[in-house]
Design a protein around this ligand. Structure first.
Ligand SMILES: NC(=O)c1ccc[n+]([C@@H]2O[C@H](COP(=O)([O-])OP(=O)(O)OC[C@H]3O[C@@H](n4cnc5c(N)ncnc54)[C@H](O)[C@@H]3O)[C@@H](O)[C@H]2O)c1
Length: 256
């Protein structure tokens, strides 16, 4: 979830021509299409129908057609989309035609796993720096990169032209790290720490929290169980919810 986005805010001044201001949900689906398209290209497909691509990406085909129409891509009747061309268009819009340098701050359990993951390079990113505050971690080499002290961030940001900062520190340190990243000119942050960051306008923060994803799945498990437990007569059973809430049926109670 993007915590902060300034519509139309420029990134690095004057670097690219104006892009369409796409709906955030469309932007979130473009990487799914891109992954599916790369798989299709690897399997030797030169064209793909909207139905084929929607199945490969796991997205409803009407939504897919609408998303791609924002890019001016409509496919050819009876042929579908040109796979290579669509990859090019999506990569352009996502700004993946240049490999962006990423600084990872916090090289503990999670940081080690991220630093050792080879999948970023093939998706357009280069982990350019690993930083930590713990002197015992400084100097350690992971995947060919030496961990540097977080105080070296200003120098690292200049040397490596850091575009994106990834925070994998404990929550208590995350705001301070975000402030440090912002102070060296980083305007995109991926935050793994379970906390909300406060950042100035023009800085984009995205948060990854697996526990939240699990809690959402837990809700669906809970809901499925509650539906199974409904009496055979259905809908009119009073379902009591904690805190004195009640609804006339479970679907209404959970707002579906
Ligand atoms: N998003 C997710 O799904 C997910 C999953 C697992 C963990 N986490 C979160 O990721 C973070 C890291 O978890 P972990 O298990 O790797 O913790 P960890 O304690 O193993 O590693 C944290 C690292 O951050 C470093 N650090 C602390 N303060 C720092 C600072 N000011 N500047 C730079 N480095 C600093 C520590 O020295 C340590 O190396 C935690 O906030 C945790 O809750 C998120």
């Amino acid at each position: 979830m993007s915590q902060h986005r300034q519509p139309g805010a420029p990134g690095r001044a004057g670097a690219v021509p104006a892009l369409p201001d796409l709906p955030e949900a469309t932007v979130a689906r473009l990487p799914e299409y891109l992954r599916a398209l790369h798989n299709l290209a690897d399997a030797g497909h030169e064209t793909v129908s909207s139905e084929g691509l929607s199945a490969a990406a796991g997205v409803n085909s009407a939504k897919l057609r609408k998303d791609l129409s924002h890019l001016g891509s409509y496919g050819t009747r009876g042929v579908g989309y040109d796979v290579a061309l669509l990859i090019e268009q999506i990569e352009y819009v996502l700004g993946l035609t240049q490999r962006r340098a990423v600084a990872l701050v916090g090289v503990g359990n999670l940081g080690h796993a991220l630093a050792g993951y080879d999948g970023f390079a093939s998706r357009g990113f280069r982990i350019a720096a690993l930083l930590d505050a713990d002197p015992s971690r400084v100097g350690e080499e992971i995947n060919g990169l030496v961990v540097r002290h977080v105080d070296e961030l200003p120098a690292v940001a200049t040397e490596e032209s850091i575009a994106i900062g990834v925070i994998a520190t404990p929550a208590a340190a995350a705001q301070r790290v975000a402030d440090q990243l912002v102070s060296v000119g980083v305007t995109s942050i991926l935050n793994f720490a379970p906390c909300v960051l406060s950042v100035p306008e023009g800085v984009d923060v995205r948060k990854v929290d697996l526990a939240i994803e699990l809690q959402i799945l837990s809700f669906h498990e809970h809901r499925k169980a509650s539906l199974t437990a409904l009496p055979a007569t259905g809908g009119s059973a009073l379902t009591a919810l904690p805190g004195g809430l009640a609804a006339t049926d479970t679907q209404e109670a959970i707002g579906t």
